[in-house]
Write a protein that binds this ligand. Structure first.
Ligand code: SF4
Length: 216
């Protein structure tokens, strides 16, 4: 399916989803937003008060701070995709429950499949756990690891830095590393494409193989 069609289909399903109890208290589900060809996907935890009101991700105070952080990373908001591990607001901004994370993961998995991002930035421990398992965010924030051919970077949630000012410098530093990670991911993609082209050439009949021109 075309990536945009798949994203639109996921968003339509999310808006009417009743797969977990969070559907009862939501005002608006928040599927996420961004272009289908985004190189970077940001995954937060769940919608907060303002996101629930507007049906859009990261529009409250944490969203404003995320905008600043994106600028620091030389990224434009309209060129990245932003979503959450659960698409409906947990009441009182409580942590999402395991069964809610499980019920909602199908939507996030299809968004990743549609966007096929080179870099995934996890914002907070719930999205981090999806890719990195049982690690402590205080140990791995700002670090990256390859997961299924994508560079996954763990970050604190911007709201955490607003609640704990002592984290702010760490968040700023971590976002400052993003341009380097993006360069690393692009280089890896180019290498993979070159390997793919070479192996495709090897399967060509001799007369169709690219010719190395001799200068002498
Ligand atoms: S949080 Fe996810 S699984 Fe639960 S009702 Fe909302 S869209 Fe459905």
């Amino acid at each position: 399916m075309d990536p945009l069609d798949l994203l639109n289909q996921v968003a339509a399903e999310v808006r009417v989803c009743v797969q977990c109890q969070l559907n009862v208290s939501r005002k608006n589900a928040v599927p996420g937003e961004g272009p289908p060809n985004a190189e970077v996907l940001f995954i937060g935890e769940g919608p907060g008060f303002y996101e629930n009101e507007q049906g859009r991700p990261f529009v409250g105070a944490a969203g404003k701070f995320l905008d600043e952080l994106l600028q620091r990373a030389h990224l434009q908001r309209e060129k990245v995709f932003i979503t959450n591990v659960v698409k409906c607001r947990p009441p009182g901004n409580r942590d999402p429950l395991p069964e809610e994370l499980e019920a909602c993961s199908w939507f996030l998995d299809r968004q990743i499949e549609a966007i096929n991002p080179m870099v995934i930035v996890t914002l907070g421990r719930f999205s981090m756990a999806k890719f990195m398992g049982n690690v402590r965010i205080s140990d791995v924030h700002g670090q990256s690891r390859w997961v299924n051919g994508r560079l996954v970077v763990a970050m604190f949630h911007p709201a955490a830095a607003l609640h704990q000012p002592s984290l702010k410098n760490a968040v700023l530093d971590d976002f400052g590393r993003l341009p380097g990670y993006l360069t690393q991911a692009r280089t890896n993609r180019d290498k993979m494409q070159a390997v793919q082209v070479t192996s495709e050439d090897e399967n060509l009949p001799d007369e169709d193989k690219p010719t190395q021109l001799s200068l002498f």
